[in-house]
Design a protein around this ligand. Structure first.
Ligand code: HSE
Length: 441
């Protein structure tokens, strides 16, 4: 075991996957720059990973490596532990054990924080230890820091945006190049954007995890991902992307949270956005988050939301922040800012989707026979649902023709009831495609 220079802060890294490798690379390549900015070295001293044999393009010979994460926490040189294992099982053990051993913790693990964040924050507070998790939401973008500190004087009302790089990459490629969903997903995996299990990306789970964290910081609320209505992009087809464009929209997977007198809105779903809007123009694996506050108004945060280097850059920035606090020591007051920016979290009821009002895109596969449109319009009209636009192009897929319409503003419960009625008509062949429209975002 090599000695650490007296003024250095030692880092232990658990998990040498995509982000872990990126983190090691930045610590090595930017060692001098980091030393200059901190005034002392930040040294990677120990690494744990189950696979130490694969070539990751970095020289690990100078580090103590083992397959047991306990070796990292037990190493007296390690002051800061980086957890990049992912998942909610062993990762939780690592984080809790590190905090209880008095080590600062940095993690990019949104699933862990969404499910066990409150236990982890309480442990951190009890132990008087800081935890950094900037990389858990929107990759390299310092939006959590902005919420925790830059906007801390304001009462925030909305936070929304594109927080999953994989989905944004897939939807952008499908839209811009007409590529099939599967090949876009495969490339997002090859580029290191996707989760180990990419179904978490495409089914919206990853965005819901991130939204739960954002809600904690923006509104000081304790909310779990299971309270967030979540829909993914798996069913978005080239047909919907094409029709949306004809109506002047692009489809994006959005995470949306709003706080009002009525409670908290928190939802993740594919959304039609006007083509000219900032979020609609956020392409590739980029993320964009907008925050709206009573006094601060709108602020927008844009950048790389996924990928090894951008995400690792946020991990190392957290390490630098925690290293600075370590240097000040407990005499300076311990934890400077609580993880969610407040020691007092409250519970807010989350509103049901059915109770929300909005405009909708509906695509029906209708039998090509007289009277179908009249039936459809009748079923919607009976529930006071106005049709804003309608498109039926001369294209036949099997027995059915697509009929696509946009509604005026309506309560989702009324729309669902009308769709149940439509299903009984007998001239609509399959479950209609329903997508929500947001014009104001
Ligand atoms: N799989 C995630 C994404 C990585 O695509 O956004 C960044 O959290």
């Amino acid at each position: 075991m090599s000695e650490l220079p007296g003024d250095a802060v030692g880092v232990g890294l658990v998990g040498l996957g995509t982000i872990g490798t990126g983190t090691a690379r930045i610590l090595l390549e930017h060692a001098e720059l980091i030393r200059e900015r901190l005034g002392h070295p930040l040294e990677l001293v120990r690494i744990a990973d189950l696979d130490l044999g694969s070539d990751r393009g970095i020289d690990l010979s100078g580090f103590d490596c083992s397959s047991d994460w306990r070796d990292v926490i037990g190493d007296p040189r390690v002051g800061l532990v980086v957890e990049l294992v992912g998942g909610t099982g062993v990762a939780r053990e690592i984080v809790i054990a590190a905090l209880e051993a008095g080590k600062g913790v940095v993690t990019a693990n949104k699933a862990l924080l969404a499910h066990h964040g409150f236990e982890i924050y309480e442990t951190a507070a009890r132990c008087g230890i800081e935890i950094g998790f900037e990389a858990s939401v929107a990759g390299t973008i310092p939006v959590l820091r902005a919420l925790r500190e830059g906007l801390c004087a304001d009462r925030l009302e909305q936070v929304f945006g594109i927080v999953n790089g994989t989905c944004n990459y897939i939807l952008s490629e499908m839209d811009e190049h007409g590529e099939p969903y599967e090949s876009c997903l495969k490339r997002a995996q090859d580029l290191g954007y996707a989760e180990a299990d990419p179904s978490f990306d495409v089914d919206g789970t990853d965005s819901a995890h991130k939204l739960a964290i954002l809600c904690g910081l923006a509104f000081g609320v304790q909310i779990g991902p299971e309270e967030i209505a979540t829909e993914g992009i798996e069913k978005i087809s080239a047909v919907d992307i094409d029709y949306a464009r004809r109506f002047g929209f692009r489809i994006k997977l959005l995470a949306i949270a709003k706080r009002s007198e009525a409670g908290l809105e928190a939802r993740v779903h594919p959304t039609l956005l006007p083509c000219e809007s900032m979020l609609a123009r956020t392409g590739g694996a980029m993320n964009a988050v907008e925050v709206r506050g009573q006094k601060s108004g709108p602020t927008v945060y844009y950048g790389a939301g996924a990928g090894a280097d951008p995400t690792a850059s946020a991990v190392v920035a957290d390490l630098m922040e925690l290293a600075r606090s370590r240097k000040l020591g407990p005499a300076a007051g311990g934890v400077r800012v609580p993880p969610l920016g407040t020691p007092t979290l409250r519970a807010l009821p989350v509103r049901r989707l059915e109770d929300l009002e909005g405009e909708f895109y509906l695509r029906f596969d209708a039998l090509d026979r007289p009277g179908v449109l009249a039936h459809l319009a009748g079923a919607l009209g009976d529930r006071d649902i106005g049709i804003a636009s309608l498109l039926q192009l001369e294209e036949r897929r099997s027995e059915a023709v697509p009929v696509v319409l946009l509604t005026h503003r309506v309560k989702e419960a009324a729309l669902r009831a009308a769709l149940a009625e439509v299903a009984r008509l007998g001239d609509i062949c399959s479950t209609p495609r329903l997508l929500r429209i947001e014009r104001e975002l």
